[in-house]
Design a protein around this ligand. Sequence first.
Ligand SMILES: NC(=O)c1ccc[n+]([C@@H]2O[C@H](COP(=O)([O-])OP(=O)(O)OC[C@H]3O[C@@H](n4cnc5c(N)ncnc54)[C@H](OP(=O)(O)O)[C@@H]3O)[C@@H](O)[C@H]2O)c1
Length: 330
Amino acid sequence: MVHNSMIVVISTFLGLFLLRKYREFKWGYFKNMNSLKGKTYIVTGANSGIGKETARELVKRGACVIMACRNMSLAQIAIDDIRKTVLTGELIAKRLDLASLDSIRTFSSSVIRDFPQINVLINNAGVYVNSKDAVTTRDGFELHFGVNHLGHFLLTNLLLGKLSESQPSRVVTVSSLLMQSGQIDFENLNCEKETVNSLSNMRSNQKYCNSKLANFLFTRELSRRTAESDITALAVCPGFAYTNLFRDSSRKWYQYILFSPIIYFYMRSANQGAQTVVMCAVSDEVGKEHSGQIYRDCKQFHPKLKFTTNPAIEAKLWDVSAEMVGLLLK
Ligand SMILES: NC(=O)c1ccc[n+]([C@@H]2O[C@H](COP(=O)([O-])OP(=O)(O)OC[C@H]3O[C@@H](n4cnc5c(N)ncnc54)[C@H](OP(=O)(O)O)[C@@H]3O)[C@@H](O)[C@H]2O)c1
């Protein structure tokens, strides 16, 4: 009897373990270890989560990685941690606060001045804030739209000349599956018109979803605007990964128990989340002909958007964003 129970328990655990391994196999793993020596990558938000693991994977292959972080102490802690196991390549921390247009301009100028080439820009940094109150960037933009979209929009535009000089080059922008629930309301891009009947009644993360949709539409328009050059624009859904992104979301103890099966089967490690990002930044199998596409699980992904988009909307988002960050005024 005891013997039979043991067999049932062991078989159950083995089954769950194998199911997890099967899921990990489906998520994909970028195994190519070709040398990236002599190539320079910028990774925004490289001190934590997917950005840090992306930086780790790139230096493993000998790359020079500019870790664009808002907090220099956290950047140094991340470098020290990576250096415990990886001694190749170069890690350079530089200050970049995507919630400040001034900081983005200062960062871009110093990168353009100090580095002869930038081969790949990885727009990874992101915020997810649950607050129902308006939270804004230093320039007064709604935080998610301001950091996740506008910050990377300005950064990319300021570095476009450098990326063009460094061709073939790439811009990889980290979006999310949640972009499928996003919407772009040109009358309320910055959520100024938030009323009881609009955004505050939607899911608490609607602003995040919108910003992640903007990441994807930005990639599509960037691919059009760089069609004549050898710059490739790609977007990535990294998958649900164990990082600091949801640090602001407090959960009750019983929610952890309720969600544990979901976490076991769906949550990747930060390194597993970084695999598609690294693949898009590095792989020879992803090329110019894929520009404007989005990737997930180390393969092309076809999102099911609730929002109907087309090239005119994507171009309009670009123009409006340029105006918001003062790009046309330069
Ligand atoms: N984790 C997931 O399940 C998941 C799923 C889909 C998509 N994503 C996307 O993956 C990307 C990476 O997120 P993560 O999961 O790795 O989260 P994370 O561990 O919280 O990392 C986010 C990074 O962005 C940085 N950041 C935030 N605001 C910034 C600002 N104003 N200026 C510069 N850097 C800033 C953070 O810096 P600090 O450490 O100083 O805060 C941190 O380095 C994000 O774009 C996120 O939307 C994540």
